[in-house]
Design a protein around this ligand. Sequence first.
Ligand code: VGL
Ligand code: ZN
Length: 215
Amino acid sequence: MADKNKSFEGALIVVDVQNDFCPGGALAVEYGDTIIPRINSLMRLFPLVVATKDWHPAGHVSFAGAHSGKNPGDTVKSGGIDQQLWPDHCIQGTRGAAFHDDLDTRPVNLILHKGTKGDLDSYSAFFENDHETATGLESYLKGLGFERVYVVGLAEDVCVRFTAEDAASLGFSTYVIADCTRGVNIPEGSLSAARKSMQSKSIGYIQSADLRQAR
Ligand code: VGL
Ligand code: ZN
C-alpha cells in the first residue's frame, strides 16, 4: 500500500460530511461546514481516503417521527439496544443525505453507507450499533495493510467518536484531527463525555497543522 507520493501510512476516514449535518440541515452541527476546507486539503496527503454517509431508509428507528409521541432527544429500546432519537435526517437519496457541495470527493477511494437497515442504527463506520454487525471496513483497511487511521468529520460526539473508538479497539492506532471535526452536543454534555471517553481509549487528539509538520 505504500505510495511514495503520499505523506502518511494511515488511512483518512471522513465521517458524514453531509448536508443534514451542516448549518441549514435537519440535524445541523454548529459550524459543521467550517471544517470542510481543511478536510479537502488533508485528503491529498493520505494514500487512502474512506468517506462515510449516514444513509437511512424513511421511517428509520432513529427518527423521532417514527415513534408516536416521542421527540428528538428521547430514548427508546429497540432490539435490546437503547436508541437515542433524532430529527429525521439523511434519508437515502435526498439532498440532506448528499455530501456537502464544498467537499472535494475526487480523492475519495471508498464511500461507505451506514445505518441502512430500518431497525438498527450505525454510528460507527466499523460496526452497527449492536456492536456485532460488521460493515466490512476493518477487513478492507487491514486487507490493504493499514494499521493506522485518522478520523475527521461530523459529529465529533457521535459518529466520529464511535468510529474512532471501534478503530482503536480493533487495533488500529487511531487519531482524531481536532480542527477537522465538530460536535453536535446533544444531549448537553455529550461532547465533553465523548472526548473523555476517546482519551481513555488511547485515541490521539492532534491538529491538522501537526500533521503537516510531520511530513
Ligand atoms: C450522526 C446522529 C445520528 C452522526 C448520525 O453522523 O454523527 N449523529 N446519526
Ligand atoms: Zn443517523
